[in-house]
Design a protein around this ligand. Structure first.
Ligand SMILES: C[S@@+](CC[C@H](N)C(=O)[O-])C[C@H]1O[C@@H](n2cnc3c(N)ncnc32)[C@H](O)[C@@H]1O
Length: 286
């Protein structure tokens, strides 16, 4: 389906990227936002999810609250990964790969040192939709931006290499809001491939679904909603898991990052939060 501008309408898993843009647009409109994402409004509006449109109906108050929690987590994780990227370029990294880039506009909104090359990997439909909105907004990237339309369950390393990624140079990889949509074997294979393309000094930022999240949301997930497509959540020991994949990882909880960013979660923890799903990792040297 296309809209009046000839844009493909968001559907399937990539529609979730438009939902994320909606949340970022709302954060950008706040008085003291944790980040400013001026393009988010255009992405959300073009995808029929502008801030003026009502959110999808929720089954009950508990479901509404759960979704407010998801929106909050998107804001916190965006800030977390912005900071991680700032540190990565400060360490000298000049290659950035956004896996499942969706409507991520970091190429346009962050400060990048000269010589930075940023690869956006996602399937062709969202990248086409994004290109159309970027044209409409006359958006200009602040680094060299290269889009790589490919499915991450296929030969994406080949596509990334063809697009100019240099595995001999360190890379900072971001998988934000992505892994939860991939089956376990696809997650494992994705990270093994990332490892194989990561020179010494590479870094990685991941967001992992917290343990139990798939089950908690499944009950009232409407067909086609983001939660209806969630399949994978973090292992019990994410640091050990990533160690086995060649990464020295640190985990952070949403609660502690929110506190650090001056947006404390005011409700008491309902359950044992365990290891956090915000991951900052450095390629192991051993
Ligand atoms: C929730 S969105 C997050 C987008 C972006 N990382 C962000 O945080 O703004 C998930 C994204 O993952 C992408 N994605 C999911 N499965 C994928 C696959 N198999 N190959 C490529 N992209 C995929 C979707 O198209 C979508 O853009």
């Amino acid at each position: 389906m296309t809209d009046a501008e000839g844009r493909v309408e968001p559907s399937g898993v990539w529609a979730t990227a438009v939902g994320v843009a909606r949340v970022r647009a709302m954060e950008t409109a706040r008085e003291q936002p944790l980040f400013r994402d001026p393009l988010a409004l255009a992405f959300a509006t073009a995808g029929g999810r502008g801030p003026g449109t009502p959110p999808p109906p929720r089954a009950d108050e508990a479901a509404r609250r759960r979704w407010l929690g998801v929106a909050f987590s998107i804001v916190i994780r965006t800030k977390f990964l912005d900071d991680l990227l700032d540190r990565a370029v400060a360490s000298g990294i000049r290659q950035v790969v956004l896996l499942g880039a969706g409507m991520d506009s970091r190429a346009f909104r962050m400060d990048w040192p000269a010589g930075t090359r940023l690869f956006e990997v996602d399937t062709a439909e969202p990248l086409g939709f994004k290109a159309s909105v970027l044209r409409q907004e006359r958006a200009v990237p602040r680094c060299e931006r290269i889009t790589v339309p490919v499915d991450l369950r296929e030969d994406w390393p080949g596509a990334l290499a063809a697009a100019g990624h240099d595995p001999a140079q360190p890379t900072v990889w971001i998988a934000e809001g992505l892994l939860i949509y991939l089956p376990e074997d696809a997650v494992q294979s994705l990270l093994e491939r990332v490892g194989a393309l990561s020179a010494a000094g590479s870094r990685m930022g991941l967001t992992l679904g917290s343990r139990g999240v798939v089950e908690r949301f499944r009950g009232d997930a409407a067909p086609g909603s983001a939660a209806s497509m969630w399949v994978w959540e973090m292992p019990e020991d994410p640091v050990g898991w990533l160690d086995g994949l060649g990464w020295e990882a640190e985990t952070f909880t949403l609660r502690e990052r929110a506190e650090a960013y001056g947006r404390p979660v005011l409700t008491p923890s309902q359950q044992d939060e365990g290891a956090g799903g915000l991951i900052s990792a450095v390629r192991a040297t051993h």
